[in-house]
Design a protein around this ligand. Sequence first.
Ligand code: FPP
Length: 246
Amino acid sequence: MLTPGGVPRHVAIIMDGNGRWAQQRHMPRYAGHRAGVGAVRRTVEACGRKGVQVLTLFAFSSENWRRPRKEVGTLMDLFLNALGSEAEKLHRNNVRLEVIGDRTAFADALQARITEVETLTAGNTGLHLVIAANYGGRWDITQAARRLGEKVAAGVLAPDAIDEKALQGELCLGRLPEPDLFIRTGGEERISNFLLWQLAYTELYFTEVLWPDFDEAELDAALAAYRCRQRRFGCTGEQVERLRNA
Ligand code: FPP
C-alpha cells in the first residue's frame, strides 16, 4: 500500500553492519552500535518527514543473546539511554513508540523505561515507531499459537475458527498494516528470523551500506527502488495494471 506520493505505509529495517563499520575504523564494536543510534535518529526523522506511517526497526534479535556478554550489556545500556534521552523529543514530534518482543528477559529498569515511553507516547498520531527487541519471527508465531490454544482451552474459541485472520490478530503488529518495504543494510541477503509472517508480500531491498552510514539519501534510494516494483499479491501483471488504471 502507498501513501500519497508513492511512499510505503510501513517500512521494516534490519540494521546490520555496526560491527564492521567500527572494525574498519579500528574502533571497538560498541562504537559502531553508538554510531548506529545516530542512524536510527536520522531514519526516524526522515520517515516522519516523508509520511511513512509505520517504521519497524530490528534492534535485538532473540539470537543476539549469544553475543559476548560485554556487547549485550553495551546494547542494553544503549537502549536504556536512548529511550531516556529521546523520549521527550519523540513525544514532541508526535511519534508513538511501541516495543515488540519478549521483554521479560530485560532488566527491570529497561522494562520500566519501555513502559514509561510507550505510555507517554500512546496517544500520538504521527509516525508509529516499532522497536523489535528480543524479537524473533518464530517466537512471534509461537506466542500467537499459544494464545489461540489458551482461548480454545478456555472454551471461548472453537478450533475450526482458527484461520489466518485469527492467528494474525494475535501476532505482534497484528493491528498494523503489513510492511510494504523491507530494508537490510550491511550486505547480507537474509530475513534472519525477523517478521516471518508479516513479510509474506513485502518488497525486499538489500544494500551494502553499513547501518551507521545509512542516511536520508540511502532511504531515498530504497524508496525509489520500491516505486519501480510491481506488487502483484498473486494476480497477473495485466490484472494489476487494469486495477491501477480503473
Ligand atoms: C547489527 O550489527 C546491529 C545490532 C545487533 C544492534 C542494532 C542496534 C542499534 C542500531 C543501536 C540501538 C538501537 C536503538 C533502537 C536505540 P552487527 O553488530 O551485527 O554488525 P556486523 O554484522 O558488522 O558485525
